[in-house]
Design a protein around this ligand. Structure first.
Ligand code: C2O
Length: 545
């Protein structure tokens, strides 16, 4: 492979959306940000220069970062933030992955505008396991807020209330014609030719919503998820959770030249439907098709609570699991964990007014009843220098504090204890984690994302996980391999991975609001004995706190 150099200047820029102009953080003045392109086996070096008043940190979401944990990026986990005027060069190799991923800011809510595609092509002369597409098009799904997102999350954290929702969903940063827009340039327009195959690289970079996506009159073939090929399957509608990426083939019609169709996305929200249910639309325009979308029919998307569609759709993903792309699923596990995932409440601090579920409580979010508190220095640095004292503890519970029962009499499982707790794993441990959604306060599924690894999704179901019956139904042959999985509302998923990457790795809900409320934990994976099983020392330009 070769080394690909990028320079990312973080700078402010005025951007107009929904007839509203606002100053946002960008990379090189672009919104959405520039794409990173590399081949499998290449090395990537991104020099990030912070030219804004905020502290920043960037994360290369889904890149395995084998032995390069210092480049992973979540603020206060693997590094201190890059402060105003400072520079940090992220250096990492792309190994064993090909497809679509994305990069985004990983501090507070700055990823609202700081995000862009990562495109990993196969090695030179290695073909895709599907026919070569005529063109490839990244499509980033996102959210636009008229208000300042830092103010929104700070308000939520002080009052304990649910944060304001966004004003629009976007396709490549554009809200489209179903919103109140003031310029036709606010609509994403994909120009196509008849009878060709396009590879759409779909990325959900939205802050807080899983999104359905569909193109009128066209079906899509899913070929890849989270930069791993999957057994191809056809679908009209996709669901993509924040943090997930999905590559699909779009075959354009031969018999509809000079016509246009709408593509659209809107949220899947399993709860009681008070969230934003608006729709972003873009245009698929054949040659001289009508570029004005006023009369085009909007694709029919599942209702906001289409939970059975979601369960069925997620069960269609399967690894290729062939000799060229084997699925190395751990067949047995050395360490088993059971984590509840959900919301909880905390008492309102004295002398404060709160607007959580009641006016004496604040919303919090937990795994196993622990709401994770970010340290004020980077966890990886304190681990590496063997000074965990006062920064983190290694007693993250392996099962919830309060026994969980979803279908029986609901126990008071909304208890929250604060802490900076990690699980320590020996190098190469095989791990299984059952993630059980609690859905006691607000029924939502939680897109759980693991840094530094892909995992196999070996099982999923609704209701309580049953340790006596459910493991017998696991798929240990061709389960999908990914970095983000939706924990179903009131259901569970089981994941497996092998701890072959030393370092400190974040695992969290990829809904930004749940991340802010504490739905996160860390794995500390110890070095192995061999030289190539150790985390190297930190780079000299690693920011300090
Ligand atoms: Cu895409 Cu820790 O995040």
């Amino acid at each position: 492979g070769i080394t690909r150099h990028y320079k990312f200047n973080i700078r402010l820029k005025n951007v107009t959306r929904l007839c509203n102009t606002k100053t946002i953080l960008t990379v090189n003045g672009k919104f959405p940000g520039p794409r990173i392109i590399a081949r499998e086996g290449d090395r990537v070096e991104v020099k990030v220069v912070n030219l804004v008043p905020n502290n920043v940190s960037l994360h290369w979401h889904g890149v395995r970062q084998l032995q390069s944990g210092w480049a992973d990026g979540p603020a206060y986990i693997t590094q201190c933030p890059i402060q105003t005027g400072q520079t940090y060069v992220y250096k990492f190799n792309i190994t064993g992955q090909r497809g679509t991923l994305f990069w985004h800011a990983h501090i507070s809510w700055l990823r609202a505008t700081l995000y862009g595609p990562i495109i990993i092509l196969p090695k030179r002369k290695v073909p895709y396991p599907f026919a070569k597409p005529y063109k490839e098009v990244p499509i980033l799904l996102g959210e636009w807020f008229n208000a300042d997102t830092e103010a929104i999350i700070n308000q939520s954290l002080t009052t304990g209330a649910g944060p304001n929702v966004s004003d629009a969903y976007t396709l490549n940063g554009l809200p489209g014609p179903l919103y109140n827009i003031c310029s036709p340039n606010e609509t994403f327009n994909l120009k196509v030719k008849p009878g060709k195959t396009y590879l759409l690289r779909l990325i959900n970079a939205a802050l807080n919503d899983e999104l359905f996506f569909r193109i009128s009159n066209h079906s899509l073939t899913v070929v890849e998820a989270d930069a791993i090929y999957v057994k191809p399957f056809q679908t009209e509608t996709l669901l993509i959770a924040p943090g997930q990426t999905t590559n699909v083939l779009l075959k354009t019609n031969l018999n509809t030249p000079n016509s246009s169709f709408l593509m659209a996305a809107r949220p899947y929200f399993t709860g009681r439907g008070t969230f934003d249910n608006s729709t972003v639309a873009g245009i698929l325009q054949y040659d001289n098709g009508n570029p004005s979308p006023k009369t085009l029919p909007v694709p029919i998307l599942p209702p906001i609570n289409a939970t059975s569609f979601v369960a069925n759709f997620s069960s269609k993903f399967r690894s290729l699991a062939n000799s060229q792309f084997p699925a190395n699923v751990p067949q047995t596990v050395q360490k088993q964990f059971f984590f509840t995932v959900g919301l909880g409440t905390q008492p309102c601090p004295k002398n404060q007014t709160c607007q959580g579920p009641t006016n004496t409580t604040k919303f919090a979010a937990t795994m196993n009843n622990v709401s994770f508190i970010l340290p004020t220095t980077a966890l990886l640095q304190s681990y590496f220098s063997r000074r965990p004292n006062g920064v983190f503890t290694t007693n993250f519970p392996t099962t919830p504090f309060i026994k969980f029962n979803y279908t029986g009499t609901p126990p008071n499982n909304t208890m929250v204890m604060n802490g900076t707790k990690a699980v320590v794993l020996n190098f190469n441990t095989t791990v299984e984690v059952v993630l059980q959604g609690t859905s006691i306060l607000g029924a939502e599924s939680h897109p759980l994302h693991l840094h530094g690894y892909n995992f196999f999704v070996v099982g999923q179901g609704s209701g309580n996980f049953d340790p006596n019956k459910d493991p017998a139904k696991y798929n240990l042959v061709d389960p999908v391999e990914r970095n983000t999985v939706g924990v179903p509302s009131g259901g569970w998923v089981a994941i497996r991975f092998q701890a072959d990457n030393p370092g400190v790795w974040f695992m969290h809900c990829h809904f930004e609001v749940h991340l802010s409320w504490g739905l996160k934990m860390v794995w500390v994976v110890l070095d192995g004995k061999l030289p190539n099983q150790k985390l190297p020392p930190p780079p000299s330009d690693l920011p300090t706190c």
